[in-house]
Design a protein around this ligand. Structure first.
Ligand SMILES: [Zn+2]
Ligand SMILES: [Zn+2]
Length: 154
């Protein structure tokens, strides 16, 4: 069986300077995938993690397959998630919705580490639309108030 020349895999190395293959790559428009990304700077030899413009045909095919799967997978998910850095500002102690901060028990509790106004740093995993809600609320000075419930106790 004869393989046509054009179908035979070649080990030709394609670089940004030899053709405009990187033109559609996001690295030419936004923060590059890494400092030595070749799409962002044709003097660099790092290749690119966001497109399939570099390497042999087989390498390019492998990266195209990987990238297509990532994009299709992300599109198929209704909401993608973001890990947002948050400040948790301690408010008070409650039980069954009732503020017990001023009670004897609450006074005992707040002799500990958590006082009204103490700020804790956290990361919260949000759907993109939930994250957007918080951002829009913050622009107006509004914020979400939540309960802290440990999912696991040691
Ligand atoms: Zn890149
Ligand atoms: Zn690229």
């Amino acid at each position: 069986m004869k393989i046509k020349e054009s179908e035979a895999p070649s080990n030709e190395i394609v670089t940004a300077s030899s053709e405009s293959s990187s033109l559609g790559c996001p690295c030419t428009l936004v923060k590059p995938c890494r400092p030595d990304c070749t799409c962002a700077n044709s003097q660099m030899s790092g290749g690119c993690g966001r497109c399939s413009a570099y390497g042999s045909v087989i390498q390019r095919l492998a990266s195209a397959t990987r990238l297509a799967a990532i994009i299709d997978n992300a599109k198929s998910r209704k909401h993608y998630e973001v890990d947002a850095d948050i400040n948790l500002v301690f408010d008070n102690w409650r039980r069954n919705g009732e503020n017990i901060y001023a009670t004897e028990e609450g006074i005992g509790l707040r002799m500990g580490n958590m006082h009204s106004g103490t700020v804790f740093h956290g990361v919260i995993r949000l759907r993109q639309n939930e994250h957007q809600d918080l951002i829009e609320a913050a622009e107006t000075g509004a914020y979400a108030r939540m309960r802290v419930i440990l999912r696991e106790t040691p």
